[in-house]
Design a protein around this ligand. Structure first.
Ligand code: ZN
Ligand code: ZN
Length: 818
């Protein structure tokens, strides 16, 4: 039998996703060349287009192997294949073509390719930096297609060197030949650079006085910076997405000076150490945590401090001022060669915090840094590769073996999040996020792209920066929204800006957005019916202008029926109640027992003396007349009230939720785990009177908790025991309320899924305990993974709710507000 000659076929393969600047084309080239496939691969505004000519079998193999061998930083969102006529003449080889804005006239011009997130220096590049025989020995900005700057240095699409902040650096012949060689790790690595042709570091004094390294025995600027840090100086370092301030983490004086300089009283600082092994001297690091630290995003990972006396003996202690009152430390590994070189010299961890004053955006130019810090920074380790956009450090942690994101920025944004089934036909939505920890979200073609963490919009500079970033990313993605979604709060700056952009915004209740974000995060399909949504946080705008912050609802993307809440208690002094936690204690105690009863039963407590010294007549007047003391069902403020009662963060909170964070750190784990639910402080679940709530909403009543807590104070019970009893009792009553809501949906077929969201669930003790109790009761628990449970995740939830309302308009009417 005579073998038939193999028939040739031709296909166009359209690949979308994170496929530019991540070594995708060389991978395709390599596989195609191995298979004898001819044709081409090209970057365009849509992503990557492959033209493949070969036998149908070889083309199938090519498609299969591309999926199997996708490079580390690449992510394929869609892969479409289309048979086409054989090109004339037939290509003689497989080639990588130069990028062009649009591949063919027939395709739409919308820019849909995703730009990759920045990635920490890969192991191969680190090895070169420390290899004396490599031509990049000690070159601090070494990178390749698997690592280096992306979002922080891209200025346009398609992704090409001319549209990055490396445009001004002409490659030397050695770099050019690496860049042109498809078999090289640096093939088309746009940030490629070396000692000869790349950006250069310079170590300067911030006061601009002349400073030379000549009299020192340093190798180079990074080494000198490391030595200066070790001597106790504060050094600004230009990172991937902004300038950061560093000091030796083991020197208390330096840490205190840095705090004073940043006007950051108590909020914890992040640390950077050279390796996971180094970190293990101060913190417990599980396998999952080690993987997270070493991931290309190289985020700050929150880790439990080792208890005194374990491994600490041989190592210098981290200064207490790094994370006052906390049981955890936030550590990250180096993400650029600069960090690697400095830490190699330091041999101990550094504090590395963004170059800004408390809540302002971090500086991305030396000029801005000098403006913000005219004095106080000793040296700056600068370089001349500009930063295209600000990208802060990401924060993650591991809960029950799974990573969670608390701040989504460097290394994570703008990686797209695929929306669950049912959202494929969603219109383009722009969601503006909340007021604090703002992110915004672009939703299109079934996927959501969140911009990097921006911060608190109340700060004028951050607000201006946010507007710029919002317009920048829209222009960058050639994105025109047809739907504008924002928080229902009329005074949020993000909502106001949304209303300036569009007369018809989709206003989403704060806590509905939290639950929707959690649903997307768990791939909950659009049609999949409701869950019990538990949204616990500081404050959010509820239906009818009420202030909510501890809500239990029957919830889906199109529905948010509130069925339970925390007891509404006055925010004594409005905003002031957040800054002075004792105000919440006072409001709670007056709501529960009035002064006479408190005075009679607890007169000998220091808490009594403290409250008695406050202007009580004024406060009582405000409470009785409801002046500047709106009612709020806030779980966050309950935490403040309880912590302050125990003497934890009583007079003044340096950051939102400080009381809760420090109370959690104090929890006595043995008391918490002890198998006796009675140990937990008791709460009741009565119904609100018809005068307050016509539907007589069920609420969590803390009177019994307060009696038990005050009794413990009388008995001088240790604070860690009381903190454990509070967490235990609260977790227990949350689960009881979930049962009520699940039953309320349908007593014969109660809801089986519970979504936990809102900033209160940053509290790991509470999150783990509630999850554990709910699972034991047979529920499936949905928690956050890729987007924060705090307000950093709101924009994703807003976008999903707005899209769902367009896709399922008939369900909208059946979604009562409260
Ligand atoms: Zn690399
Ligand atoms: Zn070079």
């Amino acid at each position: 039998m005579i073998a038939q000659p193999k028939l040739l076929g031709a296909e166009h393969m359209r690949v979308r996703g994170t496929v530019q600047g991540v070594g995708f084309r060389p991978t395709v080239w390599r596989i195609a060349s191995e298979l004898g496939v001819t044709g081409s691969v090209i970057n365009d505004a849509q992503g990557v287009l492959i033209i493949a000519v070969a036998s149908p079998e070889a083309i199938d193999t090519l498609a299969r192997r591309i999926h199997a061998e996708v490079p580390a930083l690449a992510r394929i969102e869609s892969f479409e294949r289309q048979a086409v006529a054989l090109p004339v003449p037939l290509p003689g080889a497989f080639v990588i073509e130069a990028s062009r804005p649009t591949a063919t006239a027939a395709m739409t011009t919308a820019v849909t390719t995703a730009v990759a997130a920045d990635a920490a220096t890969c192991a191969d590049c680190v090895a070169e930096i420390f290899d004396p025989f490599s031509r990049r020995f000690r070159y601090p900005l070494t990178n390749c297609t698997h690592c280096g700057p992306r979002l922080s240095f891209v200025t346009g699409v398609p992704y090409d060197r001319a549209r990055t902040t490396m445009a001004g650096f002409a490659m030397c012949t050695a770099c050019q030949s690496e860049y042109d060689n498809p078999a090289d790790r640096r093939f088309h690595a746009q940030p490629i650079a070396c000692h000869v042709c790349g950006p250069r570091l310079s170590l300067q004094r911030m006061d601009e006085r002349v400073f030379t390294l000549d009299s020192f025995t340093f190798l180079d600027d990074c080494d000198a910076a490391g030595t200066l840090l070790a001597r106790g100086h504060i050094v600004a370092i230009k990172g991937l997405g902004g300038y950061q301030l560093a000091c030796d983490a083991t020197q208390a004086d330096a840490v205190d000076r840095l705090r004073a300089l940043k006007r950051r009283e108590r909020k914890p600082f992040a640390l950077m150490a050279a390796s996971v092994d180094d970190i293990r001297a101060w913190c417990g690091v599980s396998e999952a945590e080690a993987l997270l630290l070493q991931s290309p995003a190289a985020p700050i990972v929150l880790l439990d401090k080792l208890l005194m006396g374990s491994k600490l003996g041989t190592k210098t202690a981290i200064a207490a001022g790094v994370a006052p009152g906390l049981r955890s430390l936030g550590f990250m590994l180096p993400n650029t060669g600069v960090h690697h070189l400095i830490l190699r010299r330091m041999k101990r961890p550094i504090v590395l915090t963004s170059g800004n004053l408390s809540d302002e955006p971090q500086a991305t130019t030396l000029q801005a840094l000098k403006q913000r810090f005219p004095v106080g920074i000793d040296y700056v380790l600068d370089h001349n590769r500009p930063i295209a956009r600000r990208v802060d450090d990401s924060v993650q942690r591991v809960v029950a073996g799974a990573p969670q994101v608390l701040r989504r920025a460097r290394g994570l944004a703008p990686e797209p999040i695929r929306l669950p089934a049912g959202f494929e036909a969603a219109p383009p939505v722009l969601a503006y996020g909340g007021e604090l920890k703002n992110t915004f979200c672009l939703l299109r073609q079934g996927q959501a792209t969140l911009g990097p963490h921006i911060g608190d919009l109340e700060d004028a500079a951050t607000h201006a920066d946010w507007r710029r970033a919002l317009l920048d990313l829209q222009a960058f993605f050639d994105f025109t929204p047809s739907v504008h979604a924002c928080d229902a709060h009329p005074e949020y700056l993000s909502s106001k800006f949304a209303r300036e952009q569009s007369p018809q915004t989709v206003d989403v209740l704060h806590h509905h957005a939290h639950i929707a974000a959690c649903l997307v995060d768990n791939g909950w399909p659009l049609q999949a019916g409701p869950v019990v949504g538990v949204a616990l946080d500081g404050l959010g705008y509820g239906a009818g202008g009420e202030l909510w912050g501890g809500e239990f609802a029957i919830a889906s993307y199109t529905r948010f029926e509130r069925r339970g809440t925390f007891k509404p208690v006055a925010l004594l002094g409005g905003e002031q109640a957040m800054r002075e936690p004792w105000r919440n204690t006072y409001a709670h105690l007056m709501a529960e027992m009035k002064w006479a009863a408190f005075d009679m039963n607890y007169g000998e407590l220091p808490l009594h003396a403290f409250l008695a010294a406050q202007p009580r007549a004024l406060l009582d007047g405000m409470l009785s007349r409801g002046v500047n003391s709106p009612l709020a069902s806030s779980c966050g403020r309950l935490f403040d009230a309880v912590a302050a009662a125990m003497g934890v963060c009583r007079e003044h909170a340096a950051y939102e939720g400080q009381g809760a964070v420090e109370l959690e750190a104090l929890v006595d784990a043995e008391v918490l785990q002890y198998e006796d639910e009675e140990l937990g402080y008791p709460f009741a679940i009565p119904r609100l009177p018809a005068s307050v709530s016509p539907e007589r909403l069920a609420y969590i009543e803390p009177l019994a908790m307060w009696s038990a807590l005050l009794g413990d104070l009388v008995l001088h019970t240790p604070v860690p025991t009381m903190a454990a009893r509070f967490h235990k009792g609260l977790a227990s009553v949350i689960c009881k309320m979930v049962d009520k809501v699940a039953q309320a949906y349908d007593p014969n077929q109660p809801l089986k899924h519970v979504a936990l969201s809102g900033g209160v669930f940053q509290n790991r003790v509470l999150l783990e305990r509630v999850s554990q109790l709910l699972r034991a009761a047979g529920y499936t628990v949905l928690t956050h993974h890729r987007v924060p449970c705090n307000d950093g995740g709101l924009s994703l939830g807003q976008a999903a709710v707005a899209a769902a309302r367009v896709l399922q308009p008939q369900l909208q009417e059946s979604a009562p507000c409260a």
